[in-house]
Ligand binder design. Structure first.
Ligand SMILES: C[S@@+](CC[C@H](N)C(=O)[O-])C[C@H]1O[C@@H](n2cnc3c(N)ncnc32)[C@H](O)[C@@H]1O
Length: 362
C-alpha cells in the first residue's frame, strides 16, 4: 500500500460506514515491511474505540472489507498461496486438486483476465489468427467510454473491479494524478501489485484442462508509482467523500449482488464534473446476482420486453426510472465493443459490451 495513496484518499472503516453509517478514519498502526513509501506488510486499524477492526496489508495490498473474519476464511487459499513453486510442481498440485477445485478456479481467473489485460505485451504470445481471439477488449471498452466523455481526467481515478490491473495503467497514462484499482479477488490484486513492484507480469496461461503454462514478461508500466491496488468491496467501499475525478467500472455490473446500486456508488465517489465509464455484456448469472436484481434479462412481458440496455440507460438519466441515480447524467453510449475472454487454446467467450459514459453534476 503506497503511503501516498493512503494519505491522499483517506480511507475510512468500511464496517463503521456500511454497518453503522458513521465515518471513521483508518490509521496505519503497524508497519512490518516497507520499501520506498510502499507498505508491503502491516496493519491498518479503525480508530473508533467501539470498532477497532484491524485490516491486514499483505503482499502490498490492504484488505479493507467490513467482514474481515468471513473474508479471510473464504480467501484463505490466495492469501496464503506461495509464488516460489516451479511450473512443474504447480502443475502437479493442479492435477491433484483437479478441475473445479479452488486452486483451479483461481488459476482459471488469473488466466482469463491476465491474458486479456497483458497478452499484447507477451513476446511468447502467438500473433492472433484471422478469426482467433484477441486480447485487449477491456482496454478497448474503457477507451471507448473515455472518448465518449471527451477531455482529460481531473483528479484521482478509480478502477472498480480492476481484476489483474491493466486498466489502472491506462488511466495513469491519461492523468497526472493518483490511480487506484480495487477488487475483491485477492489472487488478481496480488498479480496486479506484483506488476507494480517488479515491473513484470507473471501469470498461468491455461492451455487445456488443468494444464497451464507460466508466462513471465516485462511491463514497462509508465507511472507505476502513481498506481496502487487495494482489496475492497465495491458495495462497501472505504471512502466517505468524493475524492475521484474518474470512476471506471468495466464489466462489473453483472458480477455484483446489487447491480442497480453501482451508478449510485460511482456518483458518491465523484467530484462535481467527474466522469464515469460503465461497460457490460449483461451476462447475468444467478451465482452473482439474484434474478430480481438483474437490470433487464427477465420479465419480457414488460414495456421494455426484458431488454437490459434501456433500463441501464434509464438508471443513468435522472427521473427516468424510480432507481435512477441523482447527480449523474448519461453523456454517451456505444452499442457494442468486442471483449474476448480466452478460456483455453481452443475456446474463447466473445462478448459485445455496452459502453456508457456519464458525468457528475457540477
Ligand atoms: C468480469 S471481471 C472484469 C474485470 C475488469 N474490470 C475487466 O474489464 O477486465 C469482474 C471483476 O469484478 C470483481 N468483483 C466482483 N464483485 C466485486 C465486488 N463486490 N467488489 C469488488 N470487485 C468485485 C471480480 O473479482 C472481477 O475481477
Amino acid at each position: 500500500m503506497r503511503r501516498r495513496h493512503f494519505e491522499a484518499l483517506k480511507p475510512v472503516c468500511p464496517r463503521c460506514r456500511v454497518g453503522d453509517g458513521v465515518v471513521v478514519p483508518i490509521a496505519l498502526t503497524t508497519v512490518l515491511h516497507e520499501a520506498d513509501g510502499d507498505v508491503l506488510e502491516g496493519v491498518l486499524s479503525c480508530t473508533r474505540p467501539e470498532c477497532q477492526l484491524e485490516f491486514p496489508i499483505i503482499d502490498g495490498a490492504p484488505i479493507l472489507v467490513p467482514d474481515m473474519r468471513g473474508f479471510v476464511s473464504q480467501a484463505m487459499l490466495p492469501l496464503l498461496a506461495r509464488d516460489d513453486l516451479s511450473e512443474a510442481t504447480e502443475g502437479l498440485i493442479g492435477d491433484c486438486a483437479g478441475p473445479g477445485s479452488a486452486f483451479d478456479t483461481m488459476r482459471q481467473h488469473l488466466s482469463l483476465y491476465a491474458w486479456d489485460h497483458y497478452a499484447d505485451l507477451d513476446p511468447q504470445e502467438p500473433a492472433p489468427a484471422e478469426h482467433g481471439p484477441r486480447p485487449g477488449g477491456a482496454r478497448a471498452s474503457l477507451a471507448a467510454g473515455l472518448s465518449l466523455l471527451g477531455g482529460g481526467i481531473a483528479g484521482p481515478a478509480i478502477d472498480l473491479g480492476c481484476a489483474t490491473g491493466r486498466l489502472a495503467f491506462e488511466l495513469a497514462a491519461r492523468t497526472d494524478d493518483l490511480v487506484l484499482g480495487i477488487d475483491l479477488n485477492v489472487a488478481m490484486i496480488r498479480l496486479a501489485r506484483r506488476v507494480l513492484s517488479t515491473g513484470r507480469v507473471d501469470y498461468p496461461r491455461r492451455r487445456v484442462g488443468v494444464v497451464y503454462d507460466r508466462r513471465s514478461f516485462d511491463m514497462a508500466g509508465e507511472a507505476a508509482d502513481r498506481i496502487d491496488f487495494w482489496v475492497a468491496d465495491v458495495l462497501a467501499l472505504p471512502f466517505a467523500d468524493a475524492p475521484f475525478g474518474l470512476v471506471a467500472a468495466t464489466n462489473l455490473i453483472d458480477c455484483i449482488a446489487a447491480p442497480a446500486a453501482l451508478p449510485g456508488v460511482a456518483a458518491g465517489l465523484l467530484r462535481p464534473g467527474g466522469g464515469a465509464v460503465f461497460t457490460t455484456p449483461y451476462d447475468w448469472s444467478p451465482s452473482a446476482t439474484a434474478v430480481e436484481g438483474w437490470i433487464g434479462g427477465h420479465s419480457q412481458r414488460g414495456a421494455l420486453l426484458g431488454a437490459s440496455e434501456p433500463l441501464m440507460t434509464a438508471l443513468l438519466t435522472p427521473g427516468a426510472h424510480p432507481q435512477s441515480v441523482e447527480g449523474l447524467r448519461l453523456v454517451g453510449e456505444h452499442p457494442g465493443v468486442s471483449w474476448q475472454l480466452r478460456l483455453h487454446d481452443r475456446a474463447t467467450m466473445h462478448y459485445a459490451v455496452h459502453v456508457l459514459a456519464a458525468r457528475a453534476e457540477v
